[in-house]
Design a binder for this molecule. Structure first.
Ligand code: NAD
Ligand code: ZN
Length: 358
């Protein structure tokens, strides 16, 4: 008998410009005792007016998330220890920021109630206990981290998510006013994460109608925003936030593919950030996604973005091997991209040649 994935989704979703203002009301029923709500906020917002709108009550606290680098297991563990030392237990974590702050807040919520280090839970379905209440409020659109069942962390031996049914947020607040002041380049890179999710999902062997329905819509929005619009306006933010959501839903029931598998190697070895890393790789994937890559290049040109080149220049054989190992370790991604015989198609030599081009 076929086995279909029965996956857990986000419990509550609110969407709308200014919906951030409903946060106090949304959190009220979850304030069960004295335990404080922790607002884990992207450090970009330090000193910004958004802070005055955070509905602090009782012992609630704002903690800034340093997202200079992508989240690390060590960073999550330290934050959890700090919160345990200060409060014993907390009532919930409210993550506000880009994909990095989303992931950090999901991980902190889980680690408040699960023993050991977050590195112990990198993998699939290793998390034992539900975390504390967690809400996610994205301020960049594209990663889909607001809907996913994972939180991507760089640990001592790997970059891998804590994938589990306990990982999705209890609540998300989708307020398209929040990304308003994001820098053009950042908005593009994170937006392209969504575009690439769509191409990888729609061209993958895991595709089904569930994924296709969401993926096609998200793709259409990305095409509209990045190819047809001449100026960035509020409507772009309104739409891209829903594309991110739909793109995330699309991969929830399928998988990402070659661009992500290769880009994980870059970020593990060189610390290349997710959005830009995917773009660097996508630029060279014509063999795998011919139409998607042509269209991606048109988007890059139209939006006048420079994609870095030559980032693997001068690396040693050992370093190439590290990236190849990380990449080939992403088995479901390759299987989705190339089918069950993927190991015959993407050899170490082929992957090395691809990394050398980047
Ligand atoms: P990010 O969260 O790393 O943030 C990028 C930069 O933008 C940071 O400097 C941040 O301070 C800044 N920033 C955030 N919001 C801003 C705003 N409104 N205005 C101005 N600056 C702002 O970038 P991202 O692309 O959103 O997320 C990438 C991360 O998401 C990676 O760590 C990646 O691993 C993770 N990710 C997770 C999933 C998942 O399913 N969990 C999926 C894809 C990516
Ligand atoms: Zn991605």
């Amino acid at each position: 008998m076929a086995q279909f994935r029965n996956f857990k989704m986000v419990d509550y979703v609110v969407y709308g410009r200014g919906s951030f203002n409903q946060l106090d009301e949304i959190l009220a029923p979850h304030r069960k005792n004295e335990a404080p709500m922790i607002f884990l906020i992207d450090h970009f917002f330090e000193g910004k007016p958004l802070l005055n709108r955070v509905p602090l009550r009782g012992k609630d606290k704002i903690v800034f998330a340093d997202v200079t680098f992508e989240p690390k297991t060590k960073q999550v563990d330290a934050l959890v220890q700090q919160l345990k030392d200060e409060f014993g237990m907390i009532g919930g974590v409210i993550g506000i920021g880009g994909g990095s702050a989303m992931d950090m807040s999901k991980a902190v919520s889980l680690m408040m109630t699960n023993p050991g280090s977050s590195a112990d839970y990198q993998g699939w379905d290793l998390v034992k206990n539900p975390g504390v209440y967690k809400a996610g409020i994205p301020t960049l659109s594209g990663t889909g981290a607001e809907v996913s069942r994972t939180t991507v962390l760089t640990g001592p031996t790997r970059k891998l998510g804590m994938n589990s049914d306990f990982t999705p947020f209890d609540q998300i607040v989708l307020d398209p006013e929040l990304p308003k002041n994001a820098p053009v380049n950042q908005r593009f890179y994170t937006g392209m994460d969504c575009y690439i999710h769509c191409i990888e999902s729609l061209q993958g062997t895991y595709l089904n109608e569930f994924s296709k329905s969401y993926g096609e819509k998200a793709l259409q929005i990305c095409q509209h925003i990045f190819l047809e619009k001449d100026i960035w306006d509020d409507d772009c933010d309104n739409k891209l936030m829903m594309a991110s959501y739909a793109g995330g839903m699309s991969i929830a029931y399928s998988q990402v593919g070659v661009a992500h598998a290769v880009s994980y190697g870059l970020s593990y070895l060189l610390g290349t950030k997710h959005g830009i890393g995917n773009c660097i790789v996508m630029n060279h994937l014509h063999e795998y996604y011919p139409e998607g890559v042509d269209e991606f290049k048109r988007m890059v040109d139209k939006n006048k973005i420079e994609i870095p080149v030559g980032i693997c220049k001068g690396l040693t054989d050992e370093q190439f091997d590290i990236m190849i190992n990380v990449s080939l370790g992403m088995k479901p991604l390759w299987e989705n991209a190339l089918g069950p015989d993927w190991e015959k198609i993407i050899t170490r030599e082929k992957l090395r040649a691809l990394y050398e081009k980047l």
